[in-house]
Design a protein around this ligand. Structure first.
Ligand code: CAA
Length: 255
């Protein structure tokens, strides 16, 4: 399928999605949302795709929802169309998604990066929720996911003042998993995604589900979810192969 606002490439079992509106700092347009919704759903049901990398360009991962498209939005149209709701496809995707962020990740850009499973940041990355400066607030999870990731104080400061975090601060605060030199960002993200793609698929899916459950449940319920998921993996050939391969001192061949 042909896309205009994104580029999709396959690297064996890894799909690389590049946001591609450089003229607008990769602002999240309605067309981009529809294209992303289509491609994420397609990749998520494609057994040959075992991990996804989502990236932008060197200047911008994405500078937020498209302000020029949004300026005339009304309350009625926003509610009736569940405005921006299709972006939730990223959070709902079962296939692991790594965000590779260089440059600006602002507003909706920061929010879709946080919908991914983890963020690798280039050393020039900048994260922010500047919606307050244009008379609005985050609408794709910024007040919720950012608060869970970095705590109330930093999240509040970012949402109330629009202050940006650089990559170092984002790493210290737990927003990103690690920082990579800009020129290595894409190759490192593909390398990490390839590593994930090589593991047992049921184990990967359950590991992701269990980590996500940590933010949605009590500790007790989360522990139950994890324990049952752990038990269930003893029903897979990959568990037998993985553990036998360790004992035999050879590389596991997951089915
Ligand atoms: N929407 C639409 N266009 C955008 C945009 C956005 N979010 N961000 C940048 N652009 C456009 C600019 O209008 C400009 O286009 P023109 O050349 O046609 O004028 C082009 O991208 C380049 O941008 P700048 O000239 O501003 O570049 P800069 O280097 O001086 O600044 C920036 C870069 C700091 C990212 C600045 O563009 C900026 O502040 N952008 C807006 C950030 C923002 O407020 N994001 C939140 C949006 S609301 C939201 O996301 C709600 C939500 O939660 C879902």
């Amino acid at each position: 399928m042909q896309y205009e606002t994104i580029v999709v490439e396959r690297h064996d079992q890894v799909a690389l999605i590049t946001l591609n509106r450089p003229e607008a700092m990769n602002a999240l347009s309605a067309q981009m949302m529809v294209e992303m919704h289509g491609v994420i759903n397609e990749l998520d049901s494609d057994d040959r795709c075992r991990a996804i990398v989502l990236t932008g360009n060197e200047k911008a991962f994405a500078a937020g929802a498209d302000i020029k498209e949004m300026v005339d939005q009304t309350y009625l149209t926003a509610v009736q169309t569940e405005f921006l709701g299709e972006w939730d496809c990223i959070a709902n995707c079962r296939t692991p998604i790594v965000a590779a962020v260089a440059g600006y990740a602002l507003g909706g850009g920061c929010e879709i990066a946080m919908m991914c499973d983890f963020i690798l940041a280039a050393d020039n990355a900048k994260f922010g929720q500047p919606e307050i400066s244009i008379g609005t607030i985050p609408g794709l999870g910024g007040t919720q996911r950012l608060t869970r990731l970095v705590g109330k104080s930093k999240s509040m400061e970012m949402s109330l003042t629009g202050r940006m975090m650089d990559a170092e601060e984002a790493e210290r605060a737990g927003l990103v998993s690690r920082i990579v030199p800009l020129e290595e960002l894409q190759s490192e993200a593909i390398k990490v995604a390839t590593k994930i793609a090589g593991f047992s698929k049921p184990a990967v899916l359950l590991a992701k589900e269990c980590v996500l459950a940590a933010n949605n449940t009590t500790l007790d319920q989360g522990m139950r979810t994890e324990r049952r998921a752990f038990h269930s993996l003893f029903g897979t050939p990959d568990q037998k192969e993985g553990m036998q391969a360790f004992i035999d001192k050879r590389k596991a061949k997951f089915s």
